[in-house]
Ligand binder design. Structure first.
Ligand code: FE
Ligand code: FE
Ligand code: ZN
Length: 276
């Protein structure tokens, strides 16, 4: 049985998200740690966290994925932007410890003309400032579409970031199906080769979560426009193979498709039906 959920809004708190997840038959969920465009995070409500924990335990939710804001850019040429990345990630990781042992995903960043090497160096520099030995959260680098100057569209770039990070045992990867397809990896016709390449370069043991999205654009387009499951270039047959692939089917899947709750409920049902 695969674990599948979708992106939910954190605005009403953790318990509310878990209840919403259960109402659409999700076994897990993803949420932004704060407004996706940036800004301050709401104060942690300890009572909400405690009710969330017992509700989640009763309803079989043992995995959640927090997503850093999109504005977080660890390798911006602007030092203030890099400092926001440092502050936001430090705060987020402290808050994550209220729910120990979970996942925190971020977009590695855009180097904006400084070049890939410099980008990789700055991303690792941030990770070396924010990761600490006692933390229980696993920080995930998301595979990117390669839009603009995004770092992380090639597996080698993720490897390079991991190699430069001292506490690299705290790092994992979240594979976004729309992004890797847009980046040029043919998960439609040759999923096994893509996973072999991932294993050779990064290591499949690093893979901790999957963002399951169709793409509005063909392979290699570097556009990053998500589509509903089965309505894009990846297509339903490829998703059937993806969710049943033995290395992937043990990972949590998160929908980030253009949908309201009802649409997510339908996609969750569809994917459960396709799961063997
Ligand atoms: Fe993302
Ligand atoms: Fe994603
Ligand atoms: Zn995306």
């Amino acid at each position: 049985m695969i674990k599948i959920g979708c992106h939910l809004s954190v605005s009403k708190g953790y318990l509310a998200m878990a209840k919403t997840a259960v109402s659409i038959n999700a076994d897990t969920f993803q949420f932004f740690t704060r407004n996706p465009r940036g800004g301050k995070a709401k104060a942690i409500d300890v009572e909400d966290i405690e009710s969330f924990k017992s509700f989640a335990a009763e309803n079989g939710i043992d995995r959640v994925l927090a997503h850093a804001p999109y504005t977080l850019n660890a390798c911006s040429p602007d030092e203030r932007v890099r400092e926001f990345a440092f502050t936001a990630m430090t705060e987020d990781l402290a808050r994550m410890e209220y729910i120990p042992g979970q996942l925190y995903n971020f977009h590695p960043g855009s180097h904006v003309g400084q070049g890939r090497e410099k980008g990789i160096e700055l991303i690792a520099e941030l990770l070396n400032r924010v990761l600490y030995p006692e933390m229980t959260t696993t920080v995930l680098l998301e595979t990117m579409a390669g839009k603009g100057s995004e770092v992380g569209a090639e597996f080698e770039e993720l490897r390079a970031i991991i190699d430069r990070t001292e506490l690299s045992d705290k790092l994992g990867v979240c594979l976004d199906t729309c992004h890797v397809y847009d980046a040029g990896y043919d998960i439609v016709n040759d999923l096994e080769s893509v996973l072999e390449e991932f294993d050779r370069v990064v290591g499949l043991d690093r893979l901790k979560a999957v963002h399951i999205n169709d793409s509005k654009n063909p392979i290699g387009s570097h556009k990053d426009r998500h589509e509903r499951i089965g309505e894009g270039y990846i297509g339903i047959e490829a998703f059937e193979r993806i969710i049943n692939e033995p290395h992937l089917n043990r990972l949590p899947f998160y929908l980030e498709t253009p949908n309201e709750l009802e649409g997510y409920a339908k996609e969750i049902e569809l994917l459960h039906d396709l799961s063997r």
